[in-house]
Design a binder for this molecule. Structure first.
Ligand code: SAM
Ligand code: DTB
Ligand code: SF4
Length: 319
């Protein structure tokens, strides 16, 4: 390996803008160079999602099919039983999945019996030798510690967009709430998974703002999911204008240069990317994907399709 790019958490917004605004081919080239200094170029992490509590969420996130504020025709479901979660996790493991991520449509993780059940799920999944991640909404410091003790590897909590655009997407919580949960996760010794969504009608400057926020978290989130909005009928963003896939490529490449050692996950929205666009995302530094027919509630490419893609690109799933 050649000399590694230093990892900085003191980026100015102007520096982030300069990187984001580079000519696309130059940006992707530099991102791939940095990628190779910090990662095995042919490696990809496969993650699988499971919605352990679906729908009826009190938050009003404009993109989300699970918000109780919108009628999306989604079937609601209370907390799944441990058995069902374990069955899912076992088959994910058999399919070569490396990280299993459990998501719940909560504003904040509950106290009491339900939280104890989640801790059981974390213990169970971790006992299979899988990395285990949860995304349960806001956490207290104490809940973060209890999740850590149960064996949680990572906690997903996205900043979603720039601080300026945030209020246009969500009104029931603020940016500071998000930062506080991320801080609690970090202090509990759990790795942080934090990223955002593009294609919500935000501007380049908002994407720059998001990247600036993520890349000045110290230390950087170990994993950064970049989601492309999945437009769901019934949500306020159902008719948002489709985003140019090359904006996704640009955002990933900039993220790679800003956070050289983080794992960048090409997350929601892959069904709207061609094989060629996905290839450019990998070239720009993406090295993780969600596999399986479903994300939390919306469809994802099938396993056959993904295997064909990884084989074509000679990408090897992390053991
Ligand atoms: N309720 C918890 C929370 O919001 O933190 C956890 C579950 S929530 C569904 C997890 C993440 O999924 C959100 O932060 C958002 O970034 C992403 N997400 C939700 N709906 C999406 C959509 N339609 N398209 C793309 N990403 C989406
Ligand atoms: C993340 O950033 N993307 C995943 C995971 N973290 C939890 C969720 C995507 C959800 C897409 C909409 C759905 O399937 O409900
Ligand atoms: Fe609730 Fe999370 Fe969906 Fe927002 S993104 S409505 S918090 S489930």
């Amino acid at each position: 390996m050649t000399e590694r790019a230093t990892i900085r958490t003191d980026w100015t917004r102007q520096e982030v803008r300069q990187i984001y605004d580079k000519p696309l081919l130059e940006l992707v080239f530099e991102a791939q160079q940095t990628h190779r200094q910090h990662h095995v170029a042919s490696g990809v992490q496969l993650c699988q999602l499971l919605s352990i509590k679906t729908g009826g969420c009190p938050e009003d996130c404009a993109y989300c099919p699970q918000s109780a504020h919108y009628s999306t025709g989604l079937d609601k479901n209370g907390l799944l039983a441990l058995d069902e979660v374990m069955q899912n996790a076992r088959s994910a493991k058999e399919e070569g999945v490396h990280r299993f991520c459990m998501g719940a449509a909560w504003r904040e993780a509950p106290e009491g019996k339900e939280f104890d059940q989640v801790l059981e799920m974390v213990r169970g999944v971790s006992s299979l030798g899988l990395e285990v991640c949860c995304t349960l909404g806001m956490l207290t410091a104490d809940q973060a510690v209890r999740l850590a003790e149960a064996g949680l590897s990572a906690y997903n909590h996205n900043l979603d967009t720039s601080p300026e655009f945030y209020g246009r997407i969500i009104t029931t919580r603020n940016y500071q709430d998000r930062l506080e949960t991320i801080d609690a996760v970090r202090k509990a010794g759990v790795t942080v998974c934090c990223g955002g969504i593009i294609g919500m009608g935000e501007s380049d400057e908002d994407r720059i703002g998001l990247l600036h926020q993520l890349s000045t978290l110290a230390p950087h989130p170990e994993s950064v999911p970049i989601n492309m909005l999945v437009r769901v009928e019934g949500t306020p963003l159902a008719n948002a204008e489709a985003i140019d896939p090359l904006v996704m490529v640009r955002t990933i490449a900039a993220a790679r240069l800003l956070m050289p050692a983080s794992r960048l996950r090409l997350s929601a929205g892959r069904r709207s990317l061609t094989r060629e666009a996905a290839t450019l995302c990998f070239l720009a530094g993406a090295n993780s994907i969600f596999v399986g027919e479903k994300l939390l509630t919306t469809p994802n490419p099938g396993r056959d399709e993904d295997e064909f893609l990884l084989e074509t690109l000679s990408l090897n799933p992390m053991p």
